[in-house]
Design a protein around this ligand. Structure first.
Ligand SMILES: NC(=O)c1ccc[n+]([C@@H]2O[C@H](COP(=O)([O-])OP(=O)(O)OC[C@H]3O[C@@H](n4cnc5c(N)ncnc54)[C@H](O)[C@@H]3O)[C@@H](O)[C@H]2O)c1
Length: 257
């Protein structure tokens, strides 16, 4: 990955931080983009101490702002000369703030993908690249405790698969895939405000989490690395879970979760 240049949104903490660290460990250069400035800058300082000052930088970026996303892509290209890996990871879970959640989880991924495509497409001066969108198991199976969150993640899966189905991708040099984890040990599962939303029986969420279990961030990061290492990852919808019986399917859905 010596020549790869990545932009990871929502990378100040949690999964985005884990993906960024893995990319840096493998030799890529990384732009850490997040709305949280203090946490993002502290993360980047830590990374610079481990991997070198010139390999990673922070950009304040709200993925609900097209201007911010465009500026983050431009900053990455300005600093490192190109963009070859886009990880649209920024997300939130709040049924109470459902409209904002649609903006962050779905529109943010759409804008991030569009800007990455514009920067990476070979026919417009880019060097090709990979778009990895972070969806969720809630984008593959119904989740009655968080229906709006599930809607955004089903949207991300459909959006990614639709890009992946484009027959012109080989000449553009692009690939599109997404990762669909079950519960993972980050801040997101701590701040559960689903009871304030409009769904019914949201109190079931703690029981569902106990049944499904919670994975460490490292497990999802390993899956991410496996995806990047796959020579043909276009169209992969990767379920990541401890529940037995789930297989990775190309252009399909897991047999069961
Ligand atoms: N933790 C889980 O159980 C789980 C499971 C499946 C999928 N996911 C998905 O993984 C992704 C990362 O979440 P996480 O678990 O690391 O949670 P997290 O809350 O630790 O991290 C989310 C990051 O996104 C950033 N963010 C939020 N809104 C933003 C915005 N408008 N612009 C830019 N950045 C913004 C936050 O500041 C934060 O740094 C999300 O898309 C989430 O939906 C999480």
């Amino acid at each position: 990955m010596r020549n790869e240049v990545a932009l990871v949104t929502g990378a100040a903490q949690g999964l985005g931080r884990g993906f960024s660290e893995a990319l840096l460990r493998r030799g890529a250069k990384v732009c850490v983009a997040d709305i949280k400035v203090q946490t993002g800058e502290a993360t980047v300082l830590n990374f610079q101490q481990q991997f070198g000052r010139d390999r990673v930088f922070f950009v304040k970026c709200d993925v609900t702002s097209e201007e911010d996303v465009k500026a983050a892509v431009q900053a990455t290209r300005g600093r490192f000369g190109k963009l070859t890996i886009m990880v649209n990871n920024a997300g939130m879970s709040s049924e109470a703030e459902w409209s904002k959640m649609v903006d962050v989880n779905l529109k943010g991924v759409i804008v991030g993908t569009q800007e990455a495509v514009a920067a990476m497409r070979r026919d417009a001066g880019g060097q090709g690249g990979v778009v990895v969108n972070i969806a969720s198991a809630a984008g593959l199976i119904p989740v009655h405790t968080t229906p709006v969150y599930a809607a955004t993640k089903f949207g991300v899966v459909g959006f990614t698969r639709s890009w992946a189905a484009n027959p012109h991708l080989p000449s553009l040099g692009l690939s599109f895939s997404c990762i669909c984890p079950t519960f993972t040990d980050t801040d997101m599962i701590v701040h559960d405000d689903s009871r304030k939303g409009r769904c019914l029986y949201s109190e079931d969420s703690q029981r569902v989490m106990a049944e499904v279990g919670v994975m460490p961030v490292s497990q999802v990061v390993s899956a991410f690395e496996q995806l990047l290492d796959s020579p043909d990852n276009n169209g992969v919808v990767m379920a990541v879970t401890n529940i037995k019986g789930v297989r990775i399917r190309r252009h399909g859905r897991p047999s069961r979760l």
